[in-house]
Design a binder for this molecule. Structure first.
Ligand SMILES: [Mg+2]
Length: 143
């Protein structure tokens, strides 16, 4: 696997982009179409099912990591469960008709706006603070 040989840094992200960022929303839509599952539905039962799947996958991921990382499963199992978790999050978004990819991009830019002159502003205990240029993500037009 090429990923295992690459160090994940922003300097090689262009190399990674085409591989690391498949069209997750498009794949989620294709999956639901193939499985005859509703897209952008108001059906609360569908929303509940999708939420339960997120809880299920979250529990599997935490279990794979082990409590406080003791008894943790092999890294490939942890990665599988993390991927499952992200997968069902995209399934939920598509069921709701939400463009999660666009929302994630806006959240990314919002988080990067916390920087001050390209550097993080930190509280004494190390927590990253919001700088004066911070802008919260605007998501209302996506709904
Ligand atoms: Mg799983």
């Amino acid at each position: 696997m090429i990923f295992q040989r690459l160090k994940l840094t922003s300097s090689n992200s262009s190399t990674l982009n085409s591989m690391a960022h498949p069209d997750l929303l498009g794949q989620a839509i294709k999956f639901r179409e193939a499985m005859s599952q509703p897209i952008a539905t108001e059906n609360a039962a569908v929303h509940t099912l999708q939420l339960n799947l997120i809880v299920e996958e979250f529990e599997e991921f935490i279990e794979a990591c082990g409590i406080s990382f003791t008894n943790e499963e092999p890294a490939e199992n942890q990665l599988k469960e993390l991927a499952d978790l992200v997968y069902v999050c995209f399934q939920y978004a598509v069921a709701r008709g939400w463009p999660l990819d666009e929302a994630l991009d806006r959240v990314y830019h919002s988080n990067m706006s916390k920087l001050v002159d390209g550097k993080p502003l930190r509280r004494e205990d190390g927590k990253v603070l919001k700088g004066p240029n911070y802008e919260p993500p605007f998501l209302e037009d996506l709904l």
